[in-house]
Design a protein around this ligand. Structure first.
Ligand code: GLU
Length: 467
């Protein structure tokens, strides 16, 4: 039974990299009909905040990345960590170290001065036949893990291939602080063990932690999970993705008018591929997903491509859903919307022309709020020769049934009767009725704005021009 987890530290928003890690762990579990677990790694009390926890949960919900177990909070598992610490001390896999921070710093400096790699020298590490220093009074010890001195740690990384680290490279890691609180790597180990995680899929910024975690798991007699370390996401400039590259918080994409399925689809392709497929459903992704197809080199974040993917999803999105999503964006700008025209119909007309919900909202405003054309626009588009034709058309509009077809034939008739070219009629219509020269097709636009409104605006503006 496959069990994966996503284990964010709540020290900020869920960012793009975290969301992709969550997506890959989720998809792997789903592909194998396994279990996906959410674990909040909140032991760093100084940097963890309840707001960040909330933000992570919200983002997971928005992205629809459903977890089967959790959220588990490390801060609520302290008793368990202390229990395991006691076990490790008892079995001789961990020991108390009374060296103060300052002492360790001096030790490191001396090593650096001697051209050596700075590391804990093992002065409190018990060995057969070794006499330990006298325990200093009034010092609360840390607990260190007794890392194997010989050999190496190797694992077949599911993304990167075999990785082997010599134990000589690894310090005796501090697993509990002087106040008894367990440290990061130790909590991860106990959790992965207790939660029976079979596959640890995470960013490759954790590769350095893995040999330490494996050694502790071995000391506990735990079954080792398999590890897959996913390469980082870089900005277009090749630097690690950061705020400089635009939005990095997942929820900012909600604010910028992205659909969650579009963001997920884009993230799925960030460092993973199935042939040349670009646009696919999450069901399809789950069916295809495997760790073998994750690229070994870092992926580059491309905001233009994300926009393109979003556009593909907007085109096929349900009109009622789009209306629900776009309404808040619109009302924020122009207040409560009139009932007519029906917002879903406006969505149908506009959704193929935009890349985000924000653009969709902007394009939809004209159907609910009349901005009168400026004098410059009128002068530019309404020529003296088109005036009579527009007046005639206005009269004609009051006599037809208000359908797209009828509007279209009335306009064509006006073109024929006046001998003018189509733009000489259509452009002034746009400018007068919508207040702007760019609208979707003129017949559909007029139809949605409504018969009486169209006639009234034409009369109003033409009246001004004639006088
Ligand atoms: N809490 C870690 C982080 O947010 C992830 C730890 C892990 O996946 O093992 O980077």
């Amino acid at each position: 039974m496959i069990r994966t987890r996503f284990a964010p530290s709540p020290t900020g928003y869920l960012h793009i990299g975290g969301a992709r890690t969550a997506l890959f762990s989720w998809a792997f579990a789903r592909h194998h009909a396994g279990t996906f677990i959410l674990r909040i790694e909140d032991t760093d009390l100084e940097r963890s905040t309840p707001e960040s926890v909330e933000a992570i949960l919200q983002a997971m919900e928005w992205l629809n990345l459903e977890y089967d177990e959790g959220p588990f909070y490390q801060t609520r598992r302290m008793d368990r960590y202390k229990e395991v610490l006691t076990e490790l001390l008892a079995s001789g896999h961990a020991y108390h170290c009374y060296a103060s921070k300052e002492e360790v710093e001096i030790m490191r400096e001396q090593q650096r001065a001697a051209g050596l790699k700075p590391r804990y020298d093992g002065r409190w590490r018990p060995e057969p036949g070794k006499t330990l220093p006298a325990i200093p009074a009034g010092v609360e010890p840390v607990i260190r893990f007794k890392n194997p001195a010989e050999g190496s740690v190797a694992w077949a990384d599911l993304v990167k291939g075999t990785i082997e680290i010599s134990n000589a490279e690894l310090d005796d890691l501090i697993i509990a602080r002087p106040d008894g609180s367990p440290t990061y790597n130790f909590c991860v180990v106990v959790d992965d063990w207790d939660m029976k995680i079979t596959h640890v899929i995470r960013g490759d910024d954790h590769v350095n932690n893995t040999p330490r975690q494996i050694n502790i798991l071995k000391a506990l007699g735990a079954t080792l999970p398999l590890y897959g370390h996913v390469p980082m996401i870089l900005g277009a400039d090749g630097e690690r993705l950061s705020k400089r590259h635009g939005a990095v918080s997942v929820m900012q994409y909600l604010e910028e008018g992205f659909l969650p399925e579009a963001l997920l689809n884009y993230l799925a392709r960030l460092g993973w591929a199935h042939g040349d497929e670009e646009v696919f459903s999450m069901n399809q992704f789950v069916e295809w997903f495997n760790l073998d197809s994750i690229s070994r080199s870092p992926a580059k974040f491309n905001p233009e491509k994300l926009l393109w993917v979003n556009q593909q999803y907007l085109k096929i999105a349900d009109n009622d859903r789009l209306a629900t999503l776009v309404r808040p964006f619109m009302e924020q700008q122009i207040g409560p919307l009139a009932d007519s025209p029906a917002l879903p119909e406006v969505m149908q007309l506009l959704k193929e022309r935009v890349s985000t919900l924000v653009e969709l909202a902007d394009a939809a405003h004209l159907f609910y709020r009349y901005v009168e054309p400026t004098a410059e626009l009128l002068e530019q588009h309404v020529s003296a020769e088109s005036l009579p034709a527009l007046q005639q058309l206005t009269a004609q509009f009051s006599q037809i049934e208000w359908t797209r077809e009828a509007i279209n034939s009335a306009i064509k008739q006006a073109v024929t009767d006046s001998g003018l070219k189509m733009p000489k009629i259509a452009m002034p219509l746009r400018v007068i009725v919508a207040g702007i020269p760019q609208t979707p097709s003129i017949d559909a636009t007029l139809m949605l704005i409504g018969q009486s409104t169209v006639i009234q605006r034409l009369q109003q503006q033409l009246g001004k021009l004639v006088n």
